[in-house]
Design a protein around this ligand. Structure first.
Ligand code: SF4
Ligand code: F3S
Length: 104
C-alpha cells in the first residue's frame, strides 16, 4: 500500500485525489490519508503530489505513518474531488517537522 506522510500536513494539495482509481483517500482538517485495505498499489498518486508526501509502505519514510493512515482512514470522510488547497500551502511545502501540527 501507499502512505501519506508528513509533507502533506498544511499543504493538502489534493492532486492525489484526482488520480486515484479506487477513491481511497480520506480527508482531515490539514492532512489526507490512504486507506491501506482499499489502495490497490497502483502508484499513480506518488508522482502527482507537489509536496512529495506519498511513498510506498516499503519506504523507511513511511514507517511512522502507516498506523496514522490506517487509523484516520476509518475516522475521516472519503474525498474524491480536489478542493481548494490552503492559501499558504506553498509556504509550508518544504518545512520539516510538521508532525505535531497534524489536526486529528
Ligand atoms: Fe490510489 Fe493508487 Fe495511490 Fe493507492 S497507489 S492511493 S490506489 S492512486
Ligand atoms: Fe497531500 Fe500531496 Fe495529496 S500534499 S493532499 S498528499 S497531493
Amino acid at each position: 500500500t501507499y502512505v501519506v506522510t508528513e509533507n502533506c500536513i498544511k499543504c493538502k494539495f489534493m492532486d492525489c485525489v484526482e488520480v486515484c482509481p479506487v477513491d481511497c483517500f480520506y480527508v482531515g482538517e490539514n492532512f489526507l490519508v490512504i486507506h491501506p485495505d482499499e489502495c490497490i498499489d497502483c502508484g499513480v498518486c506518488e508522482p502527482e503530489c507537489p509536496a512529495e508526501a506519498i511513498v510506498p509502505d516499503s519506504d523507511d519514510k513511511a514507517t511512522p505513518w502507516v498506523e496514522i493512515n490506517r487509523d484516520f482512514s476509518t475516522q475521516w470522510p472519503n474525498i474524491t474531488r480536489k478542493g481548494e488547497p490552503p492559501a499558504d500551502a506553498e509556504e509550508w511545502k518544504d518545512k520539516p517537522d510538521k508532525k505535531a501540527l497534524l489536526s486529528p
